[in-house]
Design a protein around this ligand. Structure first.
Ligand code: ISE
Length: 342
């Protein structure tokens, strides 16, 4: 009884999921792939033994060849593929974000919630990362007293070409908008965007950017984003409590990439990953395994971000982009119910 999985979109993430499915996950078989670049899809199908190559996601969804679909296409195509896959009754793992706009994300949530049952689960992998989970456990246990503040840093080596300043928020910061309320157990209610001197190395967007958030319980969250930071992929999070603080440890996954620390030329050095795949490799495997097990049981993983929560993070992103385009105004974030009833 194996889950027959199809993947649409074989870019950085889609091909990573494909290899994880083929190698690191039990209970599923990769049976179909599709990519705008057909030769690329054919070569990955041949490499991993997927029987079917489709010209597009909709053909795959309608084919009857798959039980479950992973969506890893560009952000603005997620919503239409999710809609079709919900219609076909498939189990779905949709890469973040659900949609770049809160309007589209809301349409999907309304559709999913109108069905007797849906199996739509979101690929916000940080919830499966051992570091973030340990931070949450420590906060929940009250080991250092009450949570007061969090400070996050999110840096990429190089910005995706052809995107603007808002994409830093909807495509990158959306991870923090997912994980911070999950950590604190409280909804984000207010957002403010600001920035200082921009890097001269990237002209298509403001980089770095800074976001200040408040949650309903009064916790203050700061997020530094720099998507063209050049030196390495670097994600940090510190939680500050009344009697102590805790932060993510330096990345264990890197041991595979560079297993030693060097001391040479008056310097000590370790490697940085070039992107998120090595940093979150373990989280991606856990996310996929949990999704396969849940899909076989006709449900969704309890740990994963729900469509409603994905809409919540889209609403935070929307407020931050509004702040960006209105001289750093402080913007109130609506609840999902307020937004759905608008
Ligand atoms: C990318 O799409 C991801 O999801 C990565 O985790 C994030 O660090 C990066 O900024 C995004 O562009």
């Amino acid at each position: 009884n194996e889950l027959r999985v199809g993947i649409v979109g074989l870019g950085v993430m889609g091909s990573d999921h494909a290899r994880n499915l083929a190698a690191g996950v039990r209970g599923a078989a990769l049976v179909a792939v599709s990519d705008a670049d057909r030769p690329r899809a054919e070569s990955i199908a041949a490499e991993l033994g997927a029987a079917h190559v489709f010209d597009n996601g909709l053909d795959m969804i309608g084919s009857g060849e798959i039980d479950a679909l992973i969506i890893a296409t560009p952000d603005d195509t997620h919503a239409s593929l999710v809609r079709a896959a919900l219609g076909a009754g498939l189990a779905i793992l949709c890469e973040k974000p659900l949609a770049p706009t809160a309007e589209e994300a809301a349409e999907i949530v309304a559709l999913a919630e109108s069905l007797p049952a849906h199996r739509l689960s979101m690929g916000f992998m940080r919830r499966f990362d051992q570091g973030y989970r340990a931070l949450k456990d420590r906060i929940d246990a009250g080991a250092d007293g009450r949570l007061l503040m969090t400070h996050s840093v999110h840096r990429n080596v190089s910005a995706y070409p052809g995107q603007d300043s808002a994409a830093t928020i909807t495509n990158s910061a959306v991870h923090e908008f997912d994980i911070l309320p999950w950590l604190s157990g409280s909804r984000l209610v207010r957002a403010q965007w600001t920035a200082g001197r921009p890097s001269s190395l990237i002209e298509t967007r403001h980089d770095p950017q800074f976001v200040i958030l408040h949650d309903e319980s009064g916790v203050l969250h700061t997020v530094q984003l720099q998507v063209h930071a050049r030196y390495g992929y670097d994600v940090r999070c510190e939680v500050v409590c009344e009697e102590g603080s805790a932060e993510l440890a330096p990345v264990p996954a890197l041991v595979e990439q560079e297993p030693i620390v060097t001391h040479s030329n008056l310097a000590r050095s370790t490697a940085y990953p070039a992107d998120w795949r090595p940093r979150f490799a373990d989280a991606y495997r856990r996310e996929l395994q949990a999704w396969v097990i849940a899909s076989l049981a006709g449900t969704v993983p309890a740990e994963a971000t729900t469509p409603r929560e994905a809409l919540e993070s889209a609403l935070v992103a929307r407020a931050v982009v509004q702040s960006m385009s209105s001289q750093s105004a402080i913007v109130d974030i609506p609840t999902v119910d307020e937004w759905l009833a608008r």
